[in-house]
Design a protein. Structure first.
Length: 276
């Protein structure tokens, strides 16, 4: 019997076998994680999944290139096509016609791409420390995408994520490190955002015209002290998305869902419940 909570259910669509969590009943919400080394849906959302699942169906996949989702070694990662196709394929396979989205960092950018390309499939959107607008590639983001496996390096990049370093526990570092130390994982990770890396930030930029077309209600959440994706990105998104609202947490880095977990969950629950 599997004892690893990060490994849940698997479903194969095309060449990708997605590892995903599926809990609760009701209108679905899909949680999309970020792009840091060792990330999995469970590591990113383990505090949110059981709480949200009390009211709705929660789908939390490992994006291809990360976690326990499997794909051929020669898969070409194309921003944002590869991940849009994966999530739409997953929703189709699970017979989910429409879903809310909660996207963290890269998962936020993916949420925007999904809503722009498949507006009929997406209801409400929560963006958290999202990309999607121009910003200079930060040394902190370079450290995340340039990670090489060791406990020490994992602690360094986790320190970048949080405003309060005390939440970066040995347990969390061990969890994330173990995910990167599995055979073949580092080689796969290095294929997702190879250097030079500014181009991968630029490839995530959503045009003003596309953002203006969004009909979704969008809740934008950002940590004021985020050193990975600057707050300015969310300020720009809020100015360009018509039906948007912006919530900024002080004393908060890139991990709103962990650093201000209860407040984050309350915001998300209230926002999604408006549409139920």
């Amino acid at each position: 019997m599997n004892q690893n909570p990060e490994i849940a259910q698997q479903i194969t669509v095309g060449t990708i076998t997605t590892n995903y969590h599926d809990q609760g009943t009701g209108f679905p919400v899909t949680l999309l994680h970020g792009s840091g080394a060792g990330v999995t849906a469970w590591a990113n959302w383990r505090g949110a999944i059981p709480v949200l699942a009390a009211q709705r169906r929660v789908i939390a996949p490992d994006l291809v290139g990360f976690g326990y989702t499997e794909a051929p070694a020669d898969l070409e990662y194309k921003l944002m096509d590869t991940w849009v196709e994966q999530i739409i394929g997953l929703l189709d396979a699970l017979k989910i016609e429409r879903t809310d989205l909660v996207g963290n960092s890269f998962g936020g950018t993916l949420s925007l791409a999904l809503a722009i390309r498949h507006p009929e499939r997406i209801r409400r959107i929560v963006l958290m420390g999202s990309g999607g607008q121009p910003f200079p590639f930060t040394p902190e983001l370079d450290a995340l995408w340039g990670y090489t496996p060791s406990i020490e390096n994992m602690k360094k990049i986790l320190d970048i994520m949080a405003f309060d370093r005390s939440i970066v526990t040995d347990e969390l570092a061990e969890l994330r490190y173990r995910a990167t130390a599995r055979p073949g994982v580092q080689e796969r990770f290095e294929k997702v955002f190879p250097p030079p890396r500014q181009r991968w930030c630029d490839a995530q930029i959503m045009s003003d015209a596309d953002l203006a077309k969004l009909q979704n209600e969008v809740l934008i959440i950002h940590g004021r002290d985020d050193r990975v994706v600057p707050l300015d990105v969310s300020l720009k998104l809020a100015a360009k998305i018509d039906r948007s609202q912006l919530h900024v947490f002080g004393r908060c880095g890139h991990w709103t869902q962990i650093e201000h977990g209860a407040r984050f969950i309350k915001l998300v629950q209230d926002f999604l419940a408006e549409a139920d």
